[in-house]
Ligand binder design. Structure first.
Ligand code: COA
Length: 349
């Protein structure tokens, strides 16, 4: 049976390192608080006006393409996952396509936040195993630092997130038993506002709290960003941290077990679990719940923070570069995030 595999992978993180101590200069927080609650020590921030979500994506993509043993012209479809796009529209996929000179092929942007890469991998898998495409370029990239609230008001969100990009090329394989074994995707919109970036948007937040957000002040237009939102600086992401934590530690093990059960496997068969780097405490909880050893789980949030759609491909690529992903290994990718959305992918490397 034709399956798809990850044929090449790459990542890019900006040069600028921002430590927890650096953040204490602009908001009321501490290295101790951040490390204790999230495990994060430092993160990277992209260079404003020089870098963007699409330029970082292009850098990661170039490495993945080379390692896949193909040229950029061999890529026949692009999937781009981000929640921090260069423009509101068009998507960052076409902007990266232009940078890379891949004009003409299809480019699809997906908005599934922290699960974006796993969702994208599932889409790429369907295209490749049905024979429609041979080389699908899948990129996750985020420029969070451009849209965070650096005042004390935003500290619960801002300290968690970092910038970066990861990319893979998904290709067909006929090697017996190898490749992407399955993907499982889930969502529950009931929790949409628990971790959300609501304004600017066409709802103008009015359906949630008209008093707070104000209605559009003109008969036509004006709903994306009302005067009141602007005055209140109400254009930042917000998160109910404990609700996210509670659901994440439930859904991660569930969706990993779903993948294992579908393939008649058990946690002890996993050679490497690469969880979305939401929070080190969440990963540790999942590891313990599933009875996995330190050697079976890859974490790098300490260095990069939570890079949302980029976190799984960055972590996977780093693990691969460190020699932790070898031919025949059972690799499990799992993600949970805003939406809420969550998913897993099981790969025999
Ligand atoms: N520095 C210092 N203090 C902070 C802070 C920061 N960066 N952020 C919040 N606080 C304060 C709060 O204001 C609050 O103060 P108060 O008690 O005086 O009101 C106190 O710390 C506790 O806040 P709370 O939100 O209850 O903390 P918590 O123990 O739930 O930890 C998170 C907050 C965000 C670390 C935690 O909820 C979490 O990890 N959630 C999951 C987040 C996540 O993974 N998101 C990504 C999903 S993809």
């Amino acid at each position: 049976m034709l399956r798809s595999k990850i044929g090449g992978l790459g990542f890019y993180v900006p040069e600028k390192v921002v430590t927890n101590h650096d953040l204490t200069r602009v908001m009321d927080t501490s290295d101790e608080w951040i490390q204790e609650r999230t495990g994060i020590v430092e993160r990277r921030y992209a260079k404003k006006h020089e870098e963007s979500t699409s330029t970082m994506g292009a850098k990661a993509a170039a490495i993945a393409i080379e390692r896949a043993g193909i040229t950029p012209q061999d890529v026949d479809f692009i999937i781009f996952a981000t929640l921090s796009p260069d423009y509101y529209f068009p998507g960052s996929g076409v902007l990266m396509q232009r940078i890379m000179g891949l004009n003409g092929i299809g480019a699809l942007d997906i908005r599934n936040q922290c699960s974006g890469f796993v969702y994208g991998l599932s889409i790429a898998d369907q295209f490749v195993k049905t024979g429609m495409y041979k080389n699908v370029l899948l990129v996750g990239s985020e420029f969070h630092s451009a849209g965070l609230d650096f005042s004390t008001r935003g500290r619960n969100v801002t300290v968690i997130f970092g910038d970066g990009a990861g990319a893979v090329v998904v290709q067909p394989t006929e090697e017996d038993g190898k490749g992407i074994l399955s993907t499982h995707l889930h969502a529950d919109g009931e929790y949409a506002e628990k971790l959300a970036y609501i304004n600017p948007g066409c709802h103008g937040g009015a359906h949630l709290d008209a008093e707070k957000y104000g209605y559009p002040d003109q008969e036509f237009g004006g709903a994306f960003l009302t005067k009141k939102m602007w005055e209140d600086e109400d254009y930042y992401p917000n998160m109910e941290g404990q609700a996210v934590f509670k659901m994440a530690v439930q859904k991660f093990p569930e969706v990993i077990m779903e993948a294992l059960t579908a393939n008649n496997l058990s946690p002890s068969d996993i050679d490497l679990l690469v969880p979305h780097q939401a929070n080190l405490r969440i990963s540790q909880f999942v590891q313990k719940r599933m009875g996995l050893s330190d050697d079976q789980v890859w974490n790098n949030i300490q260095k990069y923070g939570n890079t949302t759609a980029a976190s799984v491909p960055i972590a996977l690529c780093e693990a691969w570069e460190a020699g932790k992903v070898n031919s025949g290994d059972l690799v499990c990718l799992a993600a949970f995030g805003s939406g809420f959305t969550w998913g897993s992918a099981l790969i025999r490397w």
